[in-house]
Design a protein around this ligand. Structure first.
Ligand code: GLN
Length: 184
């Protein structure tokens, strides 16, 4: 059962992807939504500043940090990657579970949104949709596997059970990143 963080952002789209794959999920908006059988997490894209505020206000920070630190698989997309990063070069870090440094809104204004195609680890020709995306500036552990580099910037990594992705797999019809996540 995947828990999709549903305080703000593109959580419905992630839900639709999991439905297409026949995978169970529920939306997480409060501590009580964390039933025993939640065994993986998705953090959607959106606005990380708002998401941080709501996660704190709703009392979700400690349980999320605890579960991910204990090895619960997590997929963080765009703002979700920002929440996971150990360091943020132009902001304070939040959960700090993923040993990378990210830069927020890293592509500048005129390049705020764009599409590209690339390989994500073993997944070939994946359609990548970037929307005011962060990129990964620095890897902070030898155990971080780089899954994609686009225009000399790292956009997808895996560290143990954490997948951090700059772009939006939930906004394409290609379900292979969700399949990879479900295999963790
Ligand atoms: N720019 C957003 C942020 O900093 C992330 C954008 C997105 O998730 N599409 O939170």
């Amino acid at each position: 059962m995947t828990g999709i963080l549903a305080v703000q952002g593109a959580f419905l789209e992630h839900g639709k992807c999991l439905e297409k794959l026949g995978a169970d999920y529920r939306y997480i908006r409060k501590r009580d939504d964390f039933s025993e059988n939640i065994d993986r997490l998705i953090f959607p894209g959106g606005e990380s500043t708002t998401q941080r505020k709501l996660i704190k206000e709703l009392g979700l920070f400690d349980i999320l940090k605890e579960k991910i630190s204990a090895g619960m698989p997590v997929l963080g997309t765009c703002a979700g990657l920002i929440l996971l990063a150990e360091k943020i070069s132009n902001d304070n870090p939040f959960l700090s579970t993923l040993p990378v440094t990210v830069c927020r809104n890293a592509y500048g204004r005129q390049l705020g949104s764009f599409s590209a195609t690339g390989n994500i680890g073993n997944i070939s020709d994946y359609p990548m949709r970037f929307i005011r995306a962060p990129y990964i500036e620095k890897i902070l552990s030898d155990s971080v596997e780089i899954l994609n580099i686009t225009d000399e910037k790292i956009t997808a990594v895996r560290y143990k059970n954490q997948l951090g992705i700059s772009f939006h797999p939930e906004l394409t019809d290609d379900l292979r990143i969700h399949q990879l996540f479900l295999s963790l």
